[in-house]
Design a protein around this ligand. Structure first.
Ligand SMILES: [Zn+2]
Ligand SMILES: [Zn+2]
Length: 372
């Protein structure tokens, strides 16, 4: 590749011509944020820029006094010598691909994205470019997600079976994005739906952002001794096996994550059920997305980058890896325990809830475990 419009520095992906960073992992002057998952949206930068739809979620994650500006999808803005615009990434509410143009050269940083339909966010939009930066969290041919209809048929059947057996159904899912997508897709006629505080506070942000969701009740707001047989309970994965979970007994626990495609993980965590559903691209979607951009240069970040790079090279594309810190788990997990206690002044976390570390960053979470 002749020029490097965007490159990695010790603070994150940097565009010199526009003097901004994209999803920086250290505090910077100007941060463009693709979405509010904590491995992409970090505290401490002076100015943040995100898509309009994601502003409330970002504010919820990085604090009320952060200086956040937002811009409508597709609107072009000028930053120094570049033209920048945000385009839907289909990953979670407000998630964006960042298009950067400089002297006729176009780069797109896709952030996290998926092509599958998700009624809680704007659908992924293919953006033509010369250079496409893509993640590859699930960049292996074994990863191919089932269709939404099939997925929700399975989840509803599991919930109904538990109901017949007098059990509660504990559905573990990342609190930002995945939980709302599941909530929107399940058959609410089966029974009542309760939430862990970490999920409920984000449901509220989604509602305030204009995303309609079925009615839920925060579990901790229920009177002591309430029974949850027949109910669906949405909680972050970190709530699993904690004292908080005991109030649901008898309970069947399931984890909804792309990692459930790997059978060993479910077994090791002794979960009753796993639903392989992801807010990231599966292998066919990655290839399709790359193709839709028309890009001749592909830079692959975190995940199974080497395998995807080799495959794309075999297809005649100019592909390479781009190192990032998006899988920096240590930093992420310390941040996450802080966000567990978050929720704003209006949320009264119960003791049980706040003791649960909120590992809702994203599905990069399991990457290290799987690659072991
Ligand atoms: Zn994400
Ligand atoms: Zn991510």
């Amino acid at each position: 590749m002749a020029s490097r419009l965007i490159y990695t520095t010790d603070k994150g992906l940097y565009c010199e011509a526009g003097d901004f960073y994209i999803d920086p992992w250290r505090p910077v002057e100007r941060a463009i944020v693709t979405h509010a998952h904590s491995d992409h949206a970090r505290w401490g930068s002076r100015h943040y820029l995100c898509a309009e739809q994601g502003e409330k979620v970002l504010r919820h994650r990085i604090g009320a006094d952060a200086q956040i500006e937002s811009v409508a999808y597709g609107k072009e803005i000028t930053l120094k010598d570049t033209t920048v615009s945000f385009h839907p990434a289909g990953h979670i509410l407000g998630s964006s691909q960042i298009r950067v143009e400089h002297r006729g050269e176009v780069w797109v940083v896709s952030g996290d994205y998926k092509l599958d339909p998700d009624p809680t966010c704007e659908p992924y939009e293919p953006v033509k470019c010369h250079t496409f930066i893509t993640e590859s969290t699930f960049g292996l041919p074994i990863y191919a997600w089932q269709r939404n209809e099939e997925l929700f048929t399975d989840i509803n059947a599991w919930w109904e079976k538990n109901k017949r057996e007098g059990k509660a159904s504990l559905l573990l899912a990342y609190a930002l994005g995945k939980a709302q997508r599941l909530l929107k897709g399940v058959d609410t006629s089966i029974g009542p739906i309760y939430t862990h505080g970490a999920v409920e506070s984000l449901n509220q942000v989604y509602l305030h952002s204009g995303v309609a969701l079925p009615e839920t009740n925060r579990l901790s707001s229920m009177p002591r001794g309430s029974k949850f047989a027949g109910a669906l309970v949405l909680a972050p994965p970190s709530a699993y096996g904690t004292p908080w979970q005991r109030q649901l007994n008898p309970v069947s626990a399931a984890f909804a994550s792309g990692w459930m495609r790997v059978r060993g993980i479910r077994r090791r965590r002794s979960l009753d059920k796993g639903f392989p559903v992801s807010d990231h691209c599966d292998w066919p979607s990655l290839l399709k997305a790359v193709n839709l951009t028309g890009a001749e240069n592909i830079l692959v970040t975190h995940g199974y980058s080497q395998i995807l790079v080799r495959y794309l090279q075999e297809q005649g594309l100019n592909a390479g890896t781009l190192s990032t810190q998006f899988e920096g788990e240590e930093e992420t997990s310390s941040r996450e325990s802080e966000t567990a206690a978050e929720g704003g002044p209006n949320v009264n976390s119960s003791v049980e809830e706040s003791s649960v570390a909120n590992s809702d960053t994203d599905e990069h979470f399991y990457a290290n475990e799987v690659q072991e």
